[in-house]
Ligand binder design. Structure first.
Ligand SMILES: O=C(CO)[C@H](O)[C@H](O)COP(=O)(O)O
Length: 225
């Protein structure tokens, strides 16, 4: 079976009646949303908050009851994908450009589960670009600041056009390299005007669910949560 589907299906088992569930974004989250949709059809009673317009459309199609972010006062469980994660549970997210909403929902959640195929497990994050959501107004200046920091920012382009997030902003992809100084980058990003949010999700999850080619699904619990 597809490793992403294995992880998504397994994660859906953690959803219980009465929960408010954060629905992540991306190709792994897609399987999880489908699996939850199937359970809703079979009588599971939940409410969900999607982390992107794409996930919202998928969940709506499946008949999963949805809340808007303004209606949410808590999230019991958030399930989402990652682009890379290290053994300290530090993750990079935002490959799909949904990092801002993903971080809002994950931050509200009592419990977070990251789902992935085994290719996402790394010793040190940073080989994957770090996505940063920036305001359109002043984006040239924000990009220049990030360039000065040596982060090799590239404004994300899709289908020949500058990519615009669900929130109407741009994404700068930083090329930091594996083993970059996470704290230094996180701290400096906080000083740059126009940076709305970044894709560093540091030690947020209670567990990772990993689809593997050799051992089926691995559930890795975070001892610090
Ligand atoms: O952060 C994300 C979207 O903003 C995704 O969860 C991340 O990019 C992983 O995607 P996929 O499951 O398709 O590999």
């Amino acid at each position: 079976m597809d490793m992403k589907k294995m992880a998504g299906d397994k994660a859906a088992e953690y959803v219980k009646d009465g929960m408010v569930v954060g629905l992540g974004t991306g190709s792994t989250a897609y399987h999880m949303v489908n699996a939850i949709g199937e359970r809703v059809k079979n009588g599971l009673k939940i409410q969900a908050i999607p982390t992107s317009k794409a996930t919202e459309a998928q969940a709506r199609e499946l008949g999963i009851p949805l809340l808007t972010i303004d209606e949410v006062d808590h999230v019991d469980l958030d399930i989402d994908g990652v682009d890379e994660i290290d053994p300290q549970f530090n993750a990079i997210k935002g490959g799909g450009g949904a990092l801002y909403r993903e971080k809002v929902v994950a931050t509200l959640a009592k419990e977070v589960i990251w789902i992935m195929d085994e290719s996402k497990l790394v010793d040190h994050i940073g080989a994957f670009h770090l996505p940063v959501e920036i305001a359109q107004y002043g984006s040239k200046q924000a990009m220049a600041r990030m360039e000065e920091c040596g982060w090799k920012p590239v404004l994300r382009v899709r289908d020949g056009k500058t990519f615009v997030t669900d929130n109407g902003n741009y994404i700068a992809d930083l090329h930091l390299g594996a083993g970059f100084d996470i704290e230094d980058v996180r701290e400096k990003l906080g000083t740059i005007v126009g940076v709305l949010e970044h894709g560093l999700f540091l030690n947020m999850c209670k567990r990772m669910i990993v689809g593997t080619s050799s051992e089926g699904v691995r559930v890795i619990e975070n001892p610090s949560k």
